[in-house]
Ligand binder design. Structure first.
Ligand code: NDP
Ligand code: MG
Ligand code: MG
Length: 330
C-alpha cells in the first residue's frame, strides 16, 4: 500500500519565508507559479526573453534570467522541457548553486537517467503532478487538486521529504492525494503511462477506430463523434466513478460489447507490446533514443509530428470543433 498524505497531514512550514524559483512558464510552470503564490509562498520565475517571459510578467510575477533566480532562491523547480534541462543546468544553474539549496523536478527523467548530476550538498526532490499543467491550475482554482507523487533523490539537509511534501501541499495536491515514490518508479511509470495508455495508446486507438469506420464507408463526421468526441464523456464517467460506474451509465448492450470485444482489441499482442515498451523504458533504451533524437535536431520527431497533424481525424475534427465553441476552454 502506497504511503499517502492529505492536506490535513501536511504543513507549508518548510517553505515559509523561503524563496521558490520556478524555471519555465509553460504547461506546468504557470500552474506551479500561480498555485504556490496563491498558497502564500514567495515565487520568482526564471526564464529567457520570449513569449513565456511576457506572459509571466503579465500575470504579475517577478521574472528574471535563470542564473539570477538561482542565486536568489532557496528552492529551484525545473519546469523546462526535459530535453532542455541538462544544458540549462550546466550553463545557468550549476555555476550559481550553493550548499543547502533544493533542486526540484516534476518528472524524474534527467536525474534517473543521469543527465543532471547535482553536487552532494543540495537536496534533490521530486514533486510530480499526475495531470496536465492546465488542469493543475484549473482544478486548484476550483478548490480541488491534482494528485502528485513526491520522492527524494538526495537529502543533504535531512528535511528533503518535508520540503517536497510542503511543495505538494502548496500546489494543491494534498486536496487529492500525495503519494511517496522514488525517482525510478515515477520516471518509469510516467513514461509507460504516456506511451502505452494515456497518449500513445489512446491516440492510436482513436485513429484505428476512425480509419476502420471510414474505410468501411461510414461518414467521417459520424466516425469522429463516435470514437473521439464521445471518449471525453466516457472518460469523465471513469474518472468520477471507475470502470464499473461507467458501465452502470451505458446500456447493457454497450456493456456486453465491452466485455466480449474489448479483449479482442487489447489482446495478447497488445499486452506483449506493453511489456516490451516497459522493458525498453527500464533498460534506458527509450531514454537513449530520445536523447539521441534531440542531439540530432529531432529529425524523426519532426517528421512524425507533421504527418500526424494531417491525419483525417484531425482535419474533420478541426472543422467540427469550430462549430462547437463551447468546447474550447480558456
Ligand atoms: P513546456 O514546454 O510547456 O514549458 C517549458 C517552459 O520552459 C516554457 O515556458 C519555455 O519558455 C521555457 N524554456 C524553454 N527553454 C528554455 C531555456 N533555454 N531557458 C529558459 N526557459 C526555457 O514544459 P512542460 O510544462 O510540459 O514540462 C515541464 C516539466 O514538467 C517537464 O519535466 C515535464 O516532464 C514535467 N511534466 C509535464 C507535464 C505536463 O502536463 N506537460 C505533466 C507532469 C510533468 P519559452 O516560451 O521561452 O520557450
Ligand atoms: Mg505523466
Ligand atoms: Mg511525462
Amino acid at each position: 500500500m502506497a504511503q499517502m498524505y492529505f492536506d490535513e497531514d501536511l504543513s507549508l512550514e518548510p517553505l515559509v519565508g523561503r524563496t521558490v524559483a520556478i524555471l519555465g512558464y509553460g504547461s506546468q510552470g504557470h500552474a506551479h507559479a500561480q498555485n504556490l503564490r496563491d498558497s502564500g509562498l514567495d515565487v520568482l520565475v526564471g526564464l529567457r526573453p520570449g513569449n513565456s517571459w511576457d506572459r509571466a510578467v503579465e500575470d504579475g510575477f517577478d521574472v528574471r534570467p535563470v542564473a539570477d533566480v538561482v542565486r536568489e532562491a532557496d528552492l529551484v523547480m525545473f519546469l523546462l522541457p526535459d530535453e532542455v534541462q541538462p544544458k540549462v543546468y550546466e550553463q545557468e544553474v550549476r555555476p550559481n548553486l550553493r550548499a543547502g539549496q533544493v533542486l526540484a523536478f516534476a518528472h524524474g527523467f534527467n536525474i534517473h537517467f543521469g543527465q543532471i548530476r547535482p553536487p552532494s550538498d543540495v537536496d534533490v526532490i521530486l514533486v510530480a503532478p499526475k495531470g496536465p499543467g492546465h488542469l493543475v491550475r484549473r482544478v486548484y482554482t476550483e478548490g480541488g487538486g491534482v494528485p502528485a507523487l513526491v520522492a527524494v533523490h538526495q537529502d543533504a539537509s535531512g528535511r528533503a521529504m518535508d520540503t517536497a511534501l510542503a511543495y505538494a501541499k502548496a500546489l494543491g495536491a494534498g486536496r487529492a492525494a500525495v503519494l511517496t515514490t522514488t525517482f525510478r518508479e515515477e520516471t518509469e511509470t510516467d513514461l509507460f503511462g504516456e506511451q502505452a495508455v494515456l497518449c500513445g495508446g489512446v491516440s492510436h486507438l482513436i485513429q484505428a477506430g476512425f480509419e476502420t469506420l471510414v474505410e468501411a464507408g461510414y461518414q467521417p463526421e459520424v466516425a469522429y463523434f463516435e470514437v473521439l468526441h464521445e471518449l471525453k464523456l466516457i472518460v469523465d464517467l471513469i474518472y468520477e466513478k471507475g470502470l464499473s460506474g461507467m458501465r452502470e451509465s451505458i446500456s447493457d448492450t454497450a456493456e456486453f460489447g465491452d466485455y466480449v470485444s474489448g479483449p479482442k482489441v487489447i489482446g495478447e499482442a497488445s499486452r506483449k507490446a506493453m511489456r516490451e515498451i516497459l522493458a525498453d523504458i527500464q533498460s534506458g533504451r527509450f531514454a537513449r533514443e530520445w536523447i539521441l533524437e534531440n542531439a540530432l535536431g529531432r529529425p524523426m520527431f519532426s517528421a512524425m509530428r507533421a504527418r500526424e497533424r494531417t491525419h483525417p481525424v484531425e482535419v474533420v475534427g478541426e472543422a467540427l470543433r469550430e462549430k462547437m465553441p463551447f468546447i474550447r476552454r480558456r
